[in-house]
Structure formats: C-alpha cells, structure tokens
Design a protein around this ligand. Sequence first.
Ligand SMILES: Cc1cc2nc3c(=O)[nH]c(=O)nc-3n(C[C@H](O)[C@H](O)[C@H](O)COP(=O)(O)OP(=O)(O)OC[C@H]3O[C@@H](n4cnc5c(N)ncnc54)[C@H](O)[C@@H]3O)c2cc1C
Length: 388
Amino acid sequence: MRTFDGLDFYDLDVFLTEEEKLIRKTVREFVEKEVIPIIEDYNEKAKFPSQLIPKMAELGLLGAQLKGYGCAGLGANAYGLIMQELERGDSGLRSFVSVQGALVMYPILTFGSEEQKEKWLPLLQQGKAIGCFGLTEPDFGSYPSGMRTAAKKDGSSYILNGTKMWITNGSVADVCVIWAKTDEGIRGFLVEKGTSGVKTSDIKGKISLRASVTSEISLTDVKIPAKNILPKSEGLKSALMCLNQARYGISWGALGAAMACYHIALEYAKERIQFEKPIASFQLVQQKLAWMVQEITKAQLLAWRLGKLKDEGKIKPHQVSLAKKNNVWMALEVARMARDMLGANGTAYEYHVGRHMCNLEAVKTYEGTHDIHTLIVGEAVTGIPAYR
Ligand SMILES: Cc1cc2nc3c(=O)[nH]c(=O)nc-3n(C[C@H](O)[C@H](O)[C@H](O)COP(=O)(O)OP(=O)(O)OC[C@H]3O[C@@H](n4cnc5c(N)ncnc54)[C@H](O)[C@@H]3O)c2cc1C
C-alpha cells in the first residue's frame, strides 16, 4: 500500500509554517513506526500501550500547547496537527494526550497554585506522572451541574464523597482533577494516588477506545488537604474551560482518523477486483471517495481557522462546539463508508477502519455529545437555550 501522506485537496499546506510541517512529519513518523504496527493487538487485548508514554514525552507531545514548566508553548495549529497525527494512529492514544495536556495540565496551569504547578507540571510533561479528569458521574453526563460528588470543609481539609464514571486513565492516574460541589459552588480538587478512601475499577467490555483505560472512581470520606483545591477554579465554568481545550484538539484529531480511513479505502479500492475491474472504477465507489475528500477538506478548513481564532484569543465556545461536532460526525461517516468499501475485510481488525469506526462512536459522545454541541450552537444563533 502507498505510504500515508495525508490529504491536501485544496493545497492548504501553504497556510502551514515550516515548523508546523516539521512537527506533523515528526509525529507522523512516530505513529507510522511505533503505533500502527502494534495498535491492533493492543486494541484487541483492550490494553493501553503505556510504553509509548516516555516516547511521546520525549517528543514534547504532552502539554505541547502550554507555556512554561518545560512545555513547548506551541501555537494552536501545531498542537492540532499533533492531535491529528496521533488520532491517525488511534483515538485512544490521542485521548491520552488530550486528557494529560488539556484536562489535567491546563487546569493546574490555569487554576492551580504555584506549589501545585511546580509539583505536577514538570512530572506530567515528562510523562513521569499520569493525570485524569473526573467530571462525569453515573447519573450525570450531559448535565454535569447536577453532580452529587461533594466536598465538605473540615478544618484545614475537605472531605470528598461521590462517584465519577467513564474516567480516562482513572485507575492509572497519579493525580486526578476531581470536580465536586462545595458550599461555594463547584471546584476542582487534586486527588493524589494512594489517598485513603479512593477506589478505582476499570470499565471492561468496551466496543470503543479499547486501547485506552476507562475507569470508575469512587470516593468515600476522602480527606484532602485544603492546599489541594485548585484555588482559582470557580464553578462549572472552569471545568467547561478545560473541556473547550480538549474539544479543540478533538476537532483536529478526528481529521486524523478520517484521513486514515480515506487512505485505506482509496488504496483498497484501487486494488480490489470485482466484475473484472478494480472497484475504484465504479461510479458508486468514486462517489464515496469524492464525498470523503469533500468533507475532509471542509473539516480541515474549519480546524485551521479555529486554530487561528484560538491564537488570536478570539475563539468562542460555540465555534469549538461546531468544529467538534462537525469533524467527529464527518470522521465517523468516513469510517463507516470505508468499512463498507472494504466489504468483509472491513470487519477485520487488521484493516484498521473498523477500529477507527468504533473509536469514533465514543469520540462522538465524550467531551459533550454531538447533540449537546448542536444545542450550544443553537443557543448561540437564537439566544434561546434549549437544554430543558
Ligand atoms: C471512552 C470514554 C471516555 C470518557 N472519558 C471521560 C473523562 O476522562 N472524564 C469525564 O469526566 N468523562 C469522560 N467520559 C464521559 C463522557 O464525557 C460522557 O459520556 C458524555 O458527557 C455523555 O454523558 P452520558 O454518557 O451520561 O450520556 P447522557 O448525558 O445520558 O446522554 C444520553 C443521550 O441523551 C442526549 N441528551 C442528553 N441531554 C439532552 C438534551 N438536553 N437534549 C437533547 N439530547 C440530550 C445525549 O446527546 C445522548 O444522545 C468518557 C466517555 C467515554 C465513552
């Protein structure tokens, strides 16, 4: 099969700097060499390839968009290209890097004390510590402000009780950013590994993001020193700020999964012979490929423009919602189409498209479901919230 070289139907590379292209090339090579040969096996065994963490840290991929404490301080589009290339390998791998950088390092940098930043950011950036972000609960996903997890002040400590569900890296994390209700509203807390009263168990039997750890975290009378509260976190707004960072990365990441599926389907269609001709010569097959090119190109433009708005400090949450929802929907449709074009082979792990397709089902749901992002865009254009 021809080596993957992306898709650039509208010559969008002219918008990228030499540094951005170099970063893309570096991560693409890493994924080609270190991820693609092993990922199907890890996916089948439902294991996260943790040996890749030090390598990704060495490449500066963890918290690459942040400034200070050893982070690379990259621009939004360079960071987006990292997400794209990682998700070309696997959505679970991209999820790991998203959670670490956007949902753990970002809140510590933005809402944390100097002591918290100095303690955690270098370790997280070097991959020597793993983080997780606990917002979702068994009964509260799309409606996080209903959360039951509570933190009660007790002298110089807080006592946390509650359950967090579907938490990426929950059981392997050295530090969890746990969102809990206090008398002053929702706040973020740093719960460290080994704290008494914290129990984790992994969610088994997932059809999606199998090469990623997803856990339940239960907190029973967990005593946290007051210095572990994120002092500048203020209400659910702070948690949503973190989610917006991660959603931005997902809008790029989805492009990677889509481009992988497009590439595999195109190469397959040129080689697969039916009715004495390559299936790529049939109009219905070409229609599918043309649709993929059309939608990937539109999604690339959305992501690139969003990155520019982010760097200019003009990005709005509803713009992030539009890109997350469109690009993940597009990627899922491309993956489903690719799976179909590969016929029975599309259902086999070794052809990758089935794994991408299953992964994208979870990506469509997490970080705000497709429908919740539709409501965010709907509210932005009408001024009328329609969540209830
Ligand atoms: C693999 C994986 C990893 C995850 N990692 C994390 C993590 O690290 N940290 C974390 O905190 N969470 C994580 N999540 C949880 C994820 O963010 C939630 O699953 C998501 O927010 C949706 O919540 P829910 O599953 O409870 O669905 P629900 O909120 O119950 O939604 C079910 C359906 O109802 C629809 N719906 C809900 N409300 C409305 C409404 N007002 N109008 C119209 N439709 C509505 C939704 O769109 C959806 O289709 C993860 C999930 C998965 C699958």
